[in-house]
Design a protein around this ligand. Structure first.
Ligand code: ZN
Length: 186
């Protein structure tokens, strides 16, 4: 299929989904101008994504939105896309954040995902690409090496130490309440 046709189809799908989401969009209580901004922003992300995908002749992902759970590590993560490029495994994480910048949070996520993938599939990923869907220089690769994997192990250890308690009061909310529905009370 030629790129133009694929783009058309992609945008048609997007518009349909956007329309279907009218009720939830309205429930956000945003001003029309803000909704327009997010529509344009999302549109631009799709444009950037399709441009990147075709310009670099990207393969279809081996896995998409893969929920990976490791009993060994007691760790779960959802990996947006797993690509196989010349026998090398690349994990892709799509971000819709405002700024296209690799933050400390992202570095932590990357280290844990590398560890998780390695434990589950016994293959060390070559890199994790952070795709902000914003700029021509996207995605920004983070190379996986021994140091990154070690960092992941230290993080896991420290998380584990901080999450031994079963008492909810030991986990004060810092996210503005999103976690509320994810707390399992016994
Ligand atoms: Zn919270």
């Amino acid at each position: 299929m030629p790129l133009q046709k694929i783009r058309q189809d992609l945008f048609a799908l997007f518009n349909e989904q956007w329309k279907n989401a009218q009720d939830s969009l309205e429930a956000l209580g945003l001003e029309e101008k803000q909704i327009e901004f997010f529509y344009d922003d999302s549109h631009r992300m799709l444009l950037n994504f399709s441009h990147w995908f075709f310009k670099n002749d990207m393969p279809s992902p081996e896995l998409a939105e893969a929920r990976i759970f490791s009993k060994n590590l007691k760790l779960m993560g959802i990996i947006d896309a797993v690509l196989l490029l010349e026998d090398k495994v690349i994990l892709v994480d799509y971000k819709t954040s405002k700024h296209a910048k690799i933050t400390e949070d992202i570095k932590r996520q990357v280290a844990l995902y590398a560890l998780l993938f390695e434990d589950k599939f016994k293959v060390t990923p070559e890199a994790i690409w952070i795709h902000f869907l914003k700029n021509p220089d996207d995605p920004q690769p983070v190379h996986v090496d021994e140091a990154l994997l070690e960092y992941g192990k230290v993080l896991l250890e420290s998380m584990r130490e901080k999450t031994t308690s079963l008492d909810e009061v030991n986990y004060p909310c810092t996210c503005g309440g999103y976690c509320e529905k994810e707390f399992i009370t016994r």
